[in-house]
Structures are given as C-alpha cells and as structure tokens.
Design a binder for this molecule. Structure first.
Ligand SMILES: Cc1cc2nc3c(=O)[nH]c(=O)nc-3n(C[C@H](O)[C@H](O)[C@H](O)COP(=O)(O)O)c2cc1C
Length: 328
C-alpha cells in the first residue's frame, strides 16, 4: 500500500477508540482491537462473554459488530473508505474482522454527522413519549439497517402482544435460573471490572407500566420514569437467513447503522435481547417473521419523554485495555 493510502496508526487507533462507545449487551464491551500500519483487527474477548445467557456468543458477536460499524463510521468521518473482511482467519474464530483502509475519498457532511451521533447515542429505558417516531424516521432507520444486508420487520399490534408474552417468559426463566441470575447481578451492579456493566443511573427506579416489559435487571436503579405507558412505541425485529457468527456480526453492524440513524432523527432505541437468548422465545420470533429468517435482536423505537431527564452515558473501559498498537 502506498503512503497516500495509509491513514497511519494514530488515525486507526482513534477509530478503535471511537468504537468503544458502541452499545454492547450488559455493557460488556467484549472486544479487543489490534492496530497495525495497514489494518485494524477486531477480536472477541471471551472473558467478557455472558457464558450463562449467551453461551454461543450470539449477543457478544452482535455487540462486536456494532463496534466494528462504529470504527468504520469513525474512519469515514476522517475521509477514509475501507474494505471490511469478516472472520478473516478460519483458524481463529475469535478474529472477527479486519478493516483495511482502501483510499482517502475526502470528508462529506453526512459522514461527519453520523460520527457525531456516536457520542450522543445511548440506551433509554424510560417509557417513550406519546409522540410516535414518524413513519419517515422509521423508514430511514429501516434503510440504514437493510443497507447492511439485514432484514427488518415492524411488529403489528397483535405481534407486539406476542412479544410482550415472550419477553415476560424469557425474563422469568432468566431470573429464576441461578447461574443466569448470578451473571446478571454481576454485570448490573456486582463487583464487575471498572468501566463496564450497567450502573444504577440508567436503570428505572420503578418498573415502567409498559405493554412489553423491559429487561428485569433484578435490582431497581435510580433513573426517574414518568407515568407514560409506551403506547406509541414501535417494535422491530432485525433478522436474516443465517444463524452463524458472520450473520451476527452483520446484524451488529446493522444495529449500529440503524441506531446512529435513529439518534440523528431524534428517535430512541431500546434493544430487547432476553427473547433472543432463550431458544423457545427465539422460536416465537421466528414465527413472527413467518420463518423467513433467524431473529438477531428486537428494538423498541419511540421519542423520549420530555418531562423527565434522560439517563447519563454509561462508563467505558479505558482504551489501553481494549486497543493494542503493534510496534513498528
Ligand atoms: C446486543 C445487545 C443487546 C442488548 N440487550 C439489552 C436488553 O435486553 N435490555 C436493555 O435494557 N438493554 C440492552 N442493550 C443495551 C446495552 O445494555 C447498552 O448498550 C449498554 O449498557 C451500553 O449503554 P449505552 O447503549 O447507553 O451506551 C443491549 C445492547 C446490545 C448491543
């Protein structure tokens, strides 16, 4: 590669650092980056996998896909186009992706705007307001998701009731299972590694009155929630034809693309993954998409309740723990 086609390790390391703001299941941040002169390599970190709730690493890989997309967005904001190879080393399944700069194409305002959303995006577990996300905004989010090769289905009112039943069931199973409860308690408030997990400030102080129950985090938090009921919420399933790591990685990229687009459009996103963790509720979601594919994640879409303050940003691991810059 000529020097003109190399951004330099500092730019690649900055992109890896921006990727640290990506959403991840229970804020586990299960990724590690290796920066060389020519590429940015993404690895799964199994020490931060939810071994009880996510034994196959499905949600770990979706989370890493979101981080991968964030890195691509950061490089685009610097004017770099990239070539992304998923699972580049068949001998190492934890080597999830390689990002190679392909050329400097210059900065465009849309790429800059998307990058600004990286710092603004967050998970909001309060009930959404009575003002629904507009059909135009939902169509734009769908376009962002499907452009990454993932399908998208907005649930009908009857399907929302099915989702509500599935979410209650999945949460009950998860919190009654001792191993899963211990794992959830660890990431939700236990003695977890600093800079990870879900702090009190982003978890509702009392369970919101919603049709589809949000994840039961076992311990209440301190986030104030209004009396809203989520009636104006819309729910969508991200799904696709395969159920392998490459599919989960692509789903994570699509989740990030859709969520950043939603952030730009003032739409809040809340993922529901307990229904994905449990095989029986995953099967319910498969039926919802008429067995046309495998579900990867459900998201709630809406607009934020203006009456109460939104949650703060969750902590992140220091870059030194997730990024290694190769010498030379
Ligand atoms: C694959 C995936 C699954 C998630 N599942 C849930 C969930 O079931 N319930 C929930 O409240 N948040 C869920 N989240 C949101 C994460 O908890 C959140 O991204 C993380 O705590 C970091 O916070 P932030 O998004 O505000 O930066 C999920 C996120 C990802 C990427």
């Amino acid at each position: 590669m000529t020097d003109a086609a190399r951004p330099g390790t500092a730019v690649l390391a900055e992109a890896a650092s921006a990727a640290g703001y990506a959403p991840s299941v229970h804020n586990t941040q299960p990724w590690r980056w290796r920066v060389t002169a020519d590429a940015l390599d993404l690895y799964a970190v199994r020490d931060r996998q939810l071994r009880a709730a996510d034994p196959e690493g499905r949600l770990l890989t979706v989370s890493c896909g979101a981080a991968l997309h964030h890195a691509v967005v950061a490089l685009a904001a610097q004017g770099w186009s990239v070539a992304v190879t998923h699972l580049p080393d068949p001998a190492d399944p934890d080597h999830l992706a390689r990002v190679r700069p392909a050329g400097h194409i210059g900065v465009d305002p849309e790429a800059m705007r998307r990058f600004q959303s990286v710092r603004l995006r967050h998970t909001d577990r309060r009930p959404v307001s009575d003002t629904p996300a507009s059909p135009e905004a939902i169509a734009a989010i769908r376009r962002a998701v499907t452009a990454e090769g993932i399908r998208w289905h907005v649930l009908t009112p009857d399907q929302v009731l099915e989702l509500a039943a599935a979410a209650s069931h999945a949460d009950r199973v998860e919190t009654e299972d001792e191993e899963q409860r211990t794992e959830l308690t660890y990431w939700r408030g236990g003695d977890r590694p600093e800079g990870t997990g879900i702090p009190d400030e982003v978890v509702p102080a009392q369970a919101p009155q919603t049709t589809v129950p949000g994840r039961d985090f076992v311990r209440a938090g301190t986030l104030a929630v209004g009396p809203g009921h989520d009636r104006a919420a819309r729910y969508a399933i991200l799904y696709g034809p395969g159920d392998q790591p490459a599919d989960w990685l692509r789903a994570g990229m699509a989740l990030s693309a859709g969520w950043l687009s939603a952030t730009e459009l003032g739409v809040t996103v809340l993922p529901f993954s307990s229904v994905i963790e449990l095989p029986s509720t995953r099967q319910v979601l498969r039926a919802v998409v008429s067995n046309l594919g495998h579900p990867y994640l459900v998201v709630r879409l809406g607009t934020a309740d203006p009456a109460t303050a939104g949650p703060p940003h969750t902590p992140r691991l220091p870059a030194a723990q997730t990024i290694e810059v190769a010498a030379g």
